[in-house]
Ligand binder design. Structure first.
Ligand code: DGL
Length: 257
């Protein structure tokens, strides 16, 4: 038993889509969310830079006594998960999986679309997963150019958002994709727009965050790290940006939670 918080980290607001799932699955746990904010977006930064930023963020969460870390950012997972696990062993660190496997299992057309950041798509993790599960399946990977900025600026329900998402998704639909993977934790905030675009086409949208939250629960079981019975969960929000941004994290999670 351990009532210390679970630390959840992203480049910005996106990881709140994971926060929401972790809170739903594990309502007895205290959570500290760190949304960098100052250096967001990460998506087209170099791998070395992302490793440095992720190292800083996880150091902050460790200093706050977190018993486990969730890297709620596909880009930081792709660039830095190995480094972080080496650096902080034996602290359990959960990363994001590009949900290529469930998409490949679910497809009927044999074509799967993957939306993610540039850095996630050119990383080994994506390439390996695609090779492993995508045999005989066409994977149409498209960077969600401009998606993170839409979410960070609260513009995810605007006509501009619809145009930006449509531009990325159309090539997938044109190839016959019947599954679309949300390979960046910011993208679930654009799901309503995406659903409008694919309406009537019988396309599945796959968000890995519920599976990541279940994985967190399994690791709490395995290492006997669940909060004590009667523990009153505390939710804290941190950022490397300013107080205004920190308040936006709280506000956003109340709106989605
Ligand atoms: N939310 C992040 C991800 O899952 C990072 C987006 C970004 O900062 O570019 O990839």
């Amino acid at each position: 038993m351990n009532s210390a918080p679970i630390g959840i980290y992203d480049s910005g607001l996106g990881g709140l889509s994971v926060w929401r799932e972790v809170q739903r699955v594990l309502p007895g746990e205290s959570l500290v969310y760190l949304g960098d904010g100052k250096n967001c977006p990460y998506g087209s930064r170099s791998r070395e830079e992302i490793v440095r930023l992720a190292g800083q963020a996880v150091a902050e969460l460790v200093a706050r006594g977190c018993k486990m870390i969730v890297v709620a950012c596909n880009t930081a997972t792709a660039a830095a998960i190995g480094f972080l696990r080496d650096q902080y062993a034996p602290l359990p660190i959960v990363g994001m999986e590009p949900a290529v496997k469930p998409a490949c299992l679910a497809t009927r057309s044999g074509v799967v679309g993957v939306l993610a950041t540039e850095r996630s798509l050119d990383g080994d993790l994506f390439r390996r997963t695609a090779r492993r599960y995508g045999r005989g399946i066409e994977i149409v990977a498209v960077p969600g150019t401009g998606f993170v900025e839409l979410v960070e600026n609260n513009r995810e329900t605007t006509p501009e958002a619809e145009a930006v998402v449509r531009r990325a998704v159309e090539p997938m639909l044109a190839r016959g994709a019947d599954q679309i993977v949300l390979g960046c934790t910011h993208y679930p905030f654009l799901r309503p727009v995406l659903e409008r675009i694919v309406a009537g086409r019988n396309v599945g949208i796959i968000d890995p965050s519920p599976a990541v939250a279940r994985r967190v629960g399994q690791l709490l079981d395995r290492y006997d790290l669940h909060a004590e019975a009667g523990h009153r969960p505390v939710y804290e929000f941190l950022t490397f940006a300013d107080e205004q941004y920190r308040l936006r994290l709280e506000e956003k999670v109340l709106n989605v939670g």
